[in-house]
Design a protein around this ligand. Structure first.
Ligand code: SGN
Ligand code: CA
Length: 537
């Protein structure tokens, strides 16, 4: 209407005249990088509503772009985070596993944004073993952090906060946006949830609802790993055999003992006791009110359970807690999006939602991650940027966590250092997918021997195939036909029908190793490091 456009012009004029040169320069977009820990794409309703509804995370897809083939370069926490910050593969930035501190002589994109005038802040889980550089303010969890009454490391000293970690990290984030954000500067905010990382302790308000639910089982829950290689058969991440009845499934150690349940070690029991001890009296009361009856019911049922029943029971317990943790993540993402929308920060802010990697929710009988197989290799990615992205759009390109650094630098109008190894996603976000050239990605996992015993492997993934080489204490190749075998159950590496495919992919893989500066020599050097550190003989 006429009235509306006049007032719009009036407002634009006011904005123009009150703009200093500095503020004009700072039309550069804000960046809100939201990352959860171990959030499987299978547990976001924008991808699939088989398990849970996540209306707030889904808003980013509705109002922005959903990436259906986003993946990581190395499916494990700290290496992924280091890749995100540096735009480099793990063999280049050196953080190949969770074991040792990040090399802070690496240049990270937050440092570059900070130097270029961005206000920067980080809240939540980093998991580097040292503090982040390039941040005006940070409050991070030590190591993995705790679900209840977590400790925080800050640049003004350490502190502990009473409450539930997912809510607290959000409170800190909102407090910064409300009270310390400088209006004249663009900002980079890294809002990094600990949830839904193992041992999956939900917020009190979600205990009741989720422990009453029953979830559909994945097709491959009872996978026997025939048709795969040694690595799948020897991995220690099976729900029946490796998920602990105490820490993971929340059976009190005295109940497990009474039932005569013996686990390979006391590790699960010790973790349970350690985490339970952190709860204050009121929190314990709430916890016991819900988990007490579950323990009672298990006590009665257990003697009659066979392995198949126990597997099913463990799967349900796992999903109840894991998904309840996600319910809190989703609510809190909603709080942050509401704040942005209600404070004029919607249009010119890039909001990313992702996870440090994917996760198994019972597929192949597994929990955890690490493998090049889809559930751990792929990761959720949703991006909202109203000024550039058409609402409700999708991209099926194989983008990687390697690409974030260059994406944010381009969005901020900054040069992309030549030694960064990703590709800016800005053309994809703007709908110019014809400018995207990558058709194969490179993957390399190292943390072995270690937690969950997934063997070292590297590989190439195209839309059609996945070729991986498992090495160190085996020398095995696996090839999966992604179109004809979506569950990745049949290694067709030795099938003569695929001989030509193998040849071609091996050449391509060798080219990628050269392109990304990875090599046999580096593989050996990293094994040597494990020897020097006493992790292997
Ligand atoms: C902990 C977990 C493992 C998990 C690693 C790495 N055990 O050790 O199950 O694989 O972290 O996770 S826990 O019960 O003590 O949590 S990562 O996300 O940090 O890479
Ligand atoms: Ca993780």
């Amino acid at each position: 209407s006429y009235g509306k456009s006049v007032s719009a012009i009036g407002m634009a004029a006011v904005a123009l005249f009150s703009c200093t040169a500095k503020e004009q320069q700072d039309r550069r977009p804000n960046i809100v990088f939201i990352m959860s820990d171990d959030h499987a794409y299978q547990a976001i309703s924008a991808y699939s509503n088989r398990l849970i509804e996540t209306p707030n995370i889904d808003r980013l897809a509705k109002e922005g772009m959903l990436f259906t083939n986003a993946c990581v370069t190395n499916s494990i926490c700290a290496p992924s985070r280091a890749t995100i910050l540096t735009g480099k593969h793990t063999h280049i930035h050196g953080k190949i596993d969770n074991n040792f501190p990040f090399d802070t002589t690496n240049v990270t994109f937050p440092q570059l944004l900070h130097r270029a005038g961005y206000q920067t802040a980080m809240f939540g889980k980093l998991h580097f073993g040292n503090n982040p550089k390039g941040f005006d303010e940070f409050m991070i969890l030590p190591d993995q952090g705790d679900y209840y009454n977590p400790d925080f490391i800050t640049n003004r000293g350490d502190t502990a906060i009473t409450g539930y970690v997912t809510d607290i990290i959000t409170d800190l984030t909102l407090d910064w946006m409300k009270n310390r954000r400088k209006k004249e500067q663009p900002f980079l905010l890294m809002y990094l949830q600990k949830a839904p990382h193992r041992e999956w302790i939900p917020a009190e308000r979600h205990y009741r609802e989720f422990t009453k639910k029953t979830f559909p089982e994945p097709e491959t829950l009872f996978d026997n790993y025939e048709g795969r290689g040694t690595a799948a058969k020897t991995a220690e991440m099976n729900l029946l055999h490796h998920m602990t009845i105490s820490a993971d499934n929340k059976i009190y150690p005295e109940v497990a003992e009474e039932l005569g349940i013996r686990e390979a070690s006391n590790w699960g029991k010790n973790v349970f006791l350690q985490k339970y001890k952190r709860l204050n009296e009121a929190q314990k009361e709430q916890y016991d009110e819900v988990y007490g009856p579950i323990n009672e019911a298990f006590k009665k049922a257990y003697p009659a359970l066979n392995d198949e029943d126990l597997m099913r029971w463990k799967y349900q317990r796992y999903m109840q807690d894991y998904l309840a943790c996600i319910a809190a993540v989703d609510e809190n993402v909603g709080r942050v999006l509401d704040y942005l929308d209600e404070n004029g920060l919607r249009e010119n802010t890039i909001v990313v939602y992702t996870s440090d990697q994917g996760f198994y929710l019972g597929e192949h009988g597994w929990f955890d991650k690490r493998f090049i197989y889809d559930e751990s290799f792929k990761t959720p990615l949703l991006v909202r940027w109203p000024e550039k992205i058409e609402a409700g759009s999708t991209s099926d390109e194989m983008v990687q966590n390697l690409d974030f650094a260059q994406t944010f630098l381009e969005a901020a109008g900054l040069p992309q250092p030549a030694d960064m190894q990703g590709e800016s996603l800005v053309p994809l976000l703007e709908g110019k997918s014809e400018q995207w050239t990558r058709d194969a990605v490179y993957y390399h996992y190292y943390e072995y021997p270690g937690f969950h015993m997934v063997k070292r492997h590297y590989g190439i993934v195209t839309t059609e195939y996945k070729l991986a080489h498992f090495y160190y204490d085996v020398d095995e190749w696996e090839l999966y036909d992604r179109k004809n075998d979506p569950f990745e159950l049949n290694n067709v590496y030795s099938d003569p029908a695929y001989a030509a495919v193998v040849d071609k992919l091996k050449d391509q893989l060798a080219e990628l190793r050269v392109k990304y500066k990875d090599s046999e020599e580096l593989d050996q050097r990293f094994i040597q490091k494990y020897k020097e550190r006493g992790l292997i003989k």
